[in-house]
Write a protein that binds this ligand. Structure first.
Ligand SMILES: NC(=O)c1ccc[n+]([C@@H]2O[C@H](COP(=O)([O-])OP(=O)(O)OC[C@H]3O[C@@H](n4cnc5c(N)ncnc54)[C@H](OP(=O)(O)O)[C@@H]3O)[C@@H](O)[C@H]2O)c1
Length: 170
């Protein structure tokens, strides 16, 4: 059985998770949870996510950036040309693997029949943007935790979902 994969994302009710190269909101509590949860982990992420996340290489994260540009490789950063190559690199590293997007990478990972855990911050708003978290609700999941929260601008729910595989999925 392959190792558990973790996906971590915040998305709006209309599945928007990005606007251009930026997040479409500023939710400090979500950023804090994201940084704490991914610290010390092996992270698979797309080139834009890498270039727009200044703290990516801090806090003991080991990065596998999916890109056609091998020159991005540096200390603590490996470059993979595809998602399967990124998975092989990340899973050869010690500790848990987290997938942090963007859109195509999440899509390819969600299409895999393998153990995965989705750390989802559901932002209870319809938000303008052009980068979407792929549809996940048709996949069978078991909810393992839920916490409601809010700030001055948004209500949001921190959810942890584990994929149901095999005969239990039908
Ligand atoms: N709300 C959230 O939790 C969350 C999470 C993640 C991202 N985001 C948002 O999403 C946006 C960034 O994501 P994005 O989807 O636009 O870009 P991205 O995936 O970070 O970067 C795109 C680039 O990564 C490489 N790439 C991506 N998928 C690939 C694949 N399957 N195979 C080969 N190469 C691949 C290519 O790099 P090269 O061009 O170098 O070849 C591609 O041009 C930002 O707005 C960000 O804020 C939000």
């Amino acid at each position: 059985m392959p190792k558990m994969l973790n996906l971590m994302v915040a998305c709006a009710e209309n599945r928007v998770m990005g606007r251009g190269t930026r997040l479409p909101w500023h939710i400090p509590e979500d950023l804090k949870v994201f940084h704490e949860e991914t610290a010390g982990k092996s992270i698979i992420l797309g080139r834009i996510c890498y270039e727009t996340w200044p703290r990516a290489r801090q806090d003991g994260r080991r990065l596998v950036v999916v890109s056609s540009n091998p020159a991005l490789a540096t200390e603590g950063v490996q470059v993979a040309r595809s998602v399967p190559e990124a998975l092989a690199m990340a899973e050869a590293l010690p500790g848990e693997t987290y997938v942090n997007g963007g859109e195509r990478i999440f899509g390819e990972i969600l299409a895999l029949e393998r153990p995965m855990r989705l750390h989802l911050t559901q932002v209870h708003a319809v938000v303008d943007g052009d980068i979407y978290f792929p549809e996940w609700r048709h996949i069978p999941w078991r909810e393992t935790s839920r916490r409601e929260s809010s700030d001055a601008n948004f209500r949001y729910t921190f959810l942890t979902l584990e994929r149901i595989l095999g005969p239990q999925a039908s």
